[in-house]
Design a protein around this ligand. Structure first.
Ligand code: GTP
Ligand code: NA
Ligand code: MG
Length: 342
């Protein structure tokens, strides 16, 4: 890379959509995990965060080794689709650079799909549509992890017909909600017309296409948003009691670096709490931050990343608020006041 090219951080991608459209399952398919099967009632109830390194993404696509990926990876934020969690959806969206709206091809646009579209418009966030569950089309011939055009070619005329009319219906419904959409393989106005990627989270068709769009097409259209910046931007997801670590707080580090020993401020209902970061943990790549698995310890963590912070006094930190790093020379009182003002 030439010296004057700006360093890009990992884009943060929020997964949105109606309950049971297949958001978590799609992530499981990408990660090779089984998070969805273990969720109570099959319902996501918390925001999740998963780091996908560029090299793992490359493995899932047809990208040749010599083809550069401009971003170090992708940080994916899973959100709940159940109607009662609209606060978490807007929280997820407020920290992201791009979104994937998952639509069940058998159901078309549903209530929380439309709610997501309103949010996306309000925040002016670019998105891709994953038209999921194509394997449910009657008579679908499975082509595990195949690019979607290849998989569609292998289908019978009946399947192709059903696909075509369901797709047309979805495009019409998007139009009624004010968005022009097109299947990405026919879309030659990718910047203006929203891409639809047919997928199956069950057998993986279209998943390489979705990943490819996210790492190849996306960074070009939102380069400015992805410029790495030293100023820490960090949002609290949730507080956890860990049997060995004590109280920990899961955060999404949107920009900047967190270091062990950093003095940080979190917001609580009782006011600001200032504390020192004792440890920084991340799940292993391709693993969900909120899943109770093994963690890696770090002296410092660079954005974008989902991080578990170990420190005293975090138990009342409020989800959705910013975690502030106190820099040397900062006036602590002022920093605390600023933290609470948000
Ligand atoms: P919430 O987080 O609760 O909003 O749901 P979600 O959008 O994360 O959907 P989830 O991943 O929980 O999937 C819902 C159900 O649909 C599960 O039973 C999945 O196994 C199933 N499912 C998801 N994607 C597909 C798919 O592509 N094909 C088929 N056949 N089933 C799918
Ligand atoms: Na679900
Ligand atoms: Mg889910």
């Amino acid at each position: 890379a030439s010296g004057d090219e700006k360093e890009l951080r990992a884009p943060i991608c929020c997964i949105l959509g109606h309950v049971d459209a297949g958001k978590t399952k799609l992530l499981d398919c990408i990660r090779g995990t089984h998070v969805q099967e273990r969720e109570a009632g099959g319902i996501t109830q918390q925001i999740g965060a998963t780091y996908l390194p560029a090299e793992n993404i490359r493995d899932r696509t047809s990208l040749k080794a010599e083809t550069a990926i401009k971003v170090p990876g992708l940080l994916v934020i899973d959100t709940p689709g159940h109607e009662s969690f609209s606060k978490m959806r807007s929280r997820g969206l407020s920290m992201c650079d791009v979104a994937v709206v998952v639509v069940d091809i058998m159901k078309g646009l549903e209530k929380q799909t439309v709610e997501s579209l309103h949010l996306l418009r309000r925040h002016n966030v670019s998105f891709i549509v994953a038209l999921n569950k194509v394997d449910r089309l009657y008579g679908w011939k499975e082509c595990t992890n195949a690019p979607i055009v290849e998989a569609l070619k292998k289908q019978s005329d009946d399947v192709k017909r059903e696909y075509k009319w369901r797709l047309t219906k979805v495009v019409t419904d998007f139009k009624e909600n004010g968005f022009n959409t097109a299947p990405y393989y026919e879309n030659n106005k990718k910047k203006k017309v929203v891409n639809i990627v047919p997928t199956s989270a069950e057998s993986g068709e279209g998943v390489p296409d979705l990943l490819l769009l996210l790492v190849r097409w996306l960074p070009d259209i939102i380069t400015d948003k992805l410029a790495y910046d030293d100023t820490v931007e960090c949002t609290v997801l949730e507080v956890n009691e860990h049997k060995d670590l004590g109280t920990t707080v899961d955060v999404v580090l949107i920009n900047g670096v967190l270091r062990q020993g950093d003095q940080v401020i979190v917001c609580t209902k009782q006011g600001p709490v200032t504390t020192i970061i004792r440890d920084l943990l991340t799940p292993h790549p391709m693993k969900e931050l909120k899943a109770k698995g093994a963690y890696k310890h770090h002296k410092e963590v660079r954005a974008a990343q989902g991080v578990k912070i170990v420190a005293r006094g975090l138990q009342y930190a409020m989800a959705g608020t910013s975690l502030i790093v106190v820099k040397p020379g900062d006036d602590l009182r002022q920093a605390e006041a600023a933290a609470m003002q948000e």
